[in-house]
Ligand binder design. Sequence first.
Ligand SMILES: [Zn+2]
Length: 379
Amino acid sequence: MKNSLLKNLYIKHKETSLSGRYIHTKSIAPLLNKHSKFFKIETIGQSVLSENIYSITLGTGPNKILMWSQMHGNESTTTKALFDLLNLFSEDKSNNILKNCTILIVPILNPDGALAYTRLNANNVDLNRDAQALSQPESVVLNTLFNDFKPHFCFNLHGQRTIFSAGNTNSTASLSFLSPAQDQECTITDNRKVAMSLIVKINNMLQEELPNQVGTYDDAYNINCVGDAFQSLNVPTVLFEAGHCKNDYNREEVRRYVFQSYLVALNAIANNQIELLDFEDYLNIPENKKLFYDIIIKNVLVNNRHIDIAVHYEERLIDEKVNFIPKISKIDNLDGFFAHKYIEANGYKALEHLVDVPQIGSEIDFVIIDNVKLLLNVE
Ligand SMILES: [Zn+2]
């Protein structure tokens, strides 16, 4: 599928009732209702705080794919793209993917975290470290679904912070992927090669629009992570991470790339286009490094010397909206690091309006450079 076609499909089918970062069970309730006319929607369990966890089943084909999103409650971009995908399939019921695949989707695995806008569940447990202990009801729900459905492929859907570069470069990792390890030695098994080959197909598509902006995660084995656990049971598993595109703090631009990535991967599965040998191209995708800050203020005068100040946004839920609070995260010479936005302080103090000397963790809403006030908020 050409990128222009994929983009047109997105524009046509985007679910306009979902936007921004704060997506929870109430946001998707009307959509589950709408899609219940077309697809099987089931309540598959409850969260710690007794919120329902839902699944959506579509398609009738032999290739079984299990997709779950918002296992980390504040990682909502992949959920938005799932509903874009559901719109496409509800309006195109003869789609080749539906004929050749049965897709089981959990749109929000961690509804309590989604409502509170936290990574963790209501017991402060990271569900992506609970694959063996299965100590949390949400983990049991996913594990039961996996055992009952017996998928041939798993898509583990997440969102990543703005800090990642694609390799040691000044290119932001707008999307990242991983074919997790399935043993301590990180053996590249055939099973992993299948997942790698899907990622290569996605990467080839993304490079046309986001050159050098795709990364992979390091594959250190951790059986407590759900991806590693499912992969170790010989089910090819792909980790998707929606990241940052320029000025896209609401993750509406990367949402399209996630939608396109779903379609490329599902299409490859539906049409039996998986080439094991493609795995070598996967190994050439750069591994993510943490080289980015949201803002770097260059050449600030602090204690009579020129220094750089890095700012990260802390995401904070206030009145049902995610606010991006600028906070100082590093004060140092930051050559070799990169930012999504630069401010040149030209040797001015810039932060003299702060009561004390700038400190890590201080909130700063603005800087003053040569008597000009510059706001640091997300535009
Ligand atoms: Zn995550």
